[in-house]
Design a protein. Structure first.
Length: 186
């Protein structure tokens, strides 16, 4: 029932007889089912006592809900914190992978310079051994030995170039990239 002050403002008497006029302010409700069947029993829920009970039940439910809302918020907060922690760990791991890849690329470039210098020395050694054999100063066995050293130096240089290419591919993976050859790109 409405308080006396509000009832007088609306021009309604504060008697049970005025409750019929007060109910006229409520919308008419009906439930419709299949095959055109309907029921106005839902509208009967809003009788004199039901309106007062339903209005007072809402604030009581907020007070007496045994902290159900608080309990449903806490797991959500924990899920959010867990997701944020997982995200932070993934970002830190990606940055770590990028840093490791960059250092590997730098290390392989430095090793590539050393391998190129070794290759130049092996080529010069082979050239000298071959010219000494042709001049008759050295025996033939020095030529294949220097040639084996030259092949080893070439293999080391090529292995380093392959490792540099693989390291640059590995650098793109933490960034979310994927290696794509020119044939696949076309």
């Amino acid at each position: 029932m409405l308080p006396k002050k509000e009832a007088k403002t609306l021009g309604l008497p504060d008697t049970p007889a005025g409750s019929g006029r007060r109910l006229s302010y409520w919308p008419n409700l009906s439930v419709t089912g299949p095959a055109g069947m309907s029921s106005e029993a839902l509208g009967d829920l809003f009788g004199d006592g039901a309106a007062a009970v339903s209005v007072s039940a809402s604030p009581a439910q907020l007070v007496l809900d045994n902290d159900d809302r608080g309990r449903s918020v806490e797991p959500r907060k924990l899920e959010l914190e867990t997701a944020l922690t997982d995200y932070r760990e993934a970002v830190i791991a990606a940055f770590n992978d990028i840093e490791v890849s960059l250092r590997n690329i730098g290390l392989l470039e430095a090793l590539g310079v050393v391998a190129a210098e070794d290759l130049k020395r092996a080529e010069e050694s082979f050239r000298i051994a071959e010219s000494r054999y042709r001049a008759g100063v050295a025996d033939f066995q020095t030529v294949p030995i220097s040639q084996n050293q030259l092949f080893g130096s070439r293999n080391a240089c090529l292995d380093n170039k392959l490792a540099q290419l693989n390291a640059s591919i590995d650098f793109g993976q933490p960034l979310g990239g994927r290696w794509q050859s020119e044939i696949e790109a076309r």
